[in-house]
Ligand binder design. Sequence first.
Ligand code: FAD
Length: 456
Amino acid sequence: MTAELIDRLRAEITAGPVLGPSDDGFADEVAAQNTAVRHTPDVAVGITSDEDAAAVVRIAAAAGVPVRVLATGHGSAVPVADGILVTTRRLGGVSIDASRRIARIGAGCRWAEVIAAASEHGLAPIAGASDNVGCIGYVTGGGLGPLARTFGFSSDWARSFRLVTADGTVRTASAEENPDLFWALRGGKSGFGIVTSMEFELVELSTLYGGSVFFDADQIAPVFSAWVDWTKTLPESATSSAIILRLPPLEFIPEPLRGKTVLSVRFAHVGASTAGERLFQPIRDTAPALIDSVQEMPASRIADIHNDPRDPGPGWDRGHLLTDLDAEFVSAFLGAAGPDQQVPFVAIEIRHLGGAVARDVPEGSAVGGRGAAYTFIMIGVPDPKLFDSVLPPAAEALLAPLQPWISPEHNVNYAGGLTVPGAYEACWPAETFQRLAEIRSSYDPAGVFPYGPPER
Ligand SMILES: Cc1cc2nc3c(=O)[nH]c(=O)nc-3n(C[C@H](O)[C@H](O)[C@H](O)COP(=O)(O)OP(=O)(O)OC[C@H]3O[C@@H](n4cnc5c(N)ncnc54)[C@H](O)[C@@H]3O)c2cc1C
């Protein structure tokens, strides 16, 4: 059956590879950014065009074989162990229509390419913290980046998607065409088709006042407490986050931080730098910093604010959204995750939401989490031996005293731990999840595109 499927695919897919598990190049083709996840589909297909995507879907549907999509593998949480895994990395290319402030983004693009192309026109995409993440996977989950309070979810800036649905048809999903699919793709994540490109509105933005400032372990309590109070005073032009980092004593870590537990406050302000500097001053006044890189910066360097790791490696995370925070939260959080605690998490980050995040687009969208006040994410020690046994109970223990502040809302890009039963469904309000299910079954009645781990 698999050999026959491969033959049929090879007859139609001409430029990209069609690889079975024993073929040279298979392991590289299905490799994910999260190296703890090893995909073992029956076939990997590297698509290079809409026609390829349509051919894969037609052949898969006729054979009753499931189709899933791999872009960068930043979101790989569960191995794909059957069917066809479509890889999009060869479907790249960004073109900018500066007069309309629109980027046309190929499905294989990462944010870095879009940021670079847009910056040549004084424009910027509302991207995520890491410019290495794939644009489509990020936007279809919503996308909360360093400018979220000013510009909202990244999915609010998607203007149309081109995708191949389960009947093998190439469609446009926009406010005018297939508006149900457009609603679903702005936050409903997967199970609707293979997206081959996206039109994305850009903003005029050349500079920011932003960066990150690091405080030593003995300053974590006063700075974190001040940060929580300070976030309540910020206008929509400012977005920030606070992260406790437990850093290893390794060469690549800047010397003042090496081997230490530190708190970093990340900040981005859109508007005059003098106003940004004034807004950030209360954090600077709280304690002496180990490193302070907050300054006027090119918008094209936005990924420097969070400075997420770029190399592939094993990843484990678990996240939630939070309601409004107060002094009791600060003491519960520091009691569970503060510098004196032994916890197996290299990073625990809280991002401030509100502002434009809370406002839906006029035509509505499926994204979950608009009403939450903060994000909360725990990133485990990157040792796969700990992923199943040590990290889940440690996360539960850390979360237990924080329950009063855990929001009933979720967002799929922040959920992590989607293998926990019910966690995937909980990423959307029940009525949104139901509407997403109805849209999936109207475009994909036979379930060509499985969605959400674990498989359903
Ligand atoms: C270091 C790091 C930083 C991050 N920062 C942020 C952040 O700031 N804000 C935020 O909101 N999220 C963030 N995320 C989460 C990230 O947005 C999700 O993991 C996202 O799913 C990654 O998309 P990808 O395409 O890179 O990954 P992939 O794992 O390749 O794709 C994830 C899923 O997206 C779907 N998909 C991808 N491409 C297509 C396509 N062409 N057609 C159909 N479906 C497709 C598939 O279902 C796929 O399983 C971060 C993750 C990491 C690891």
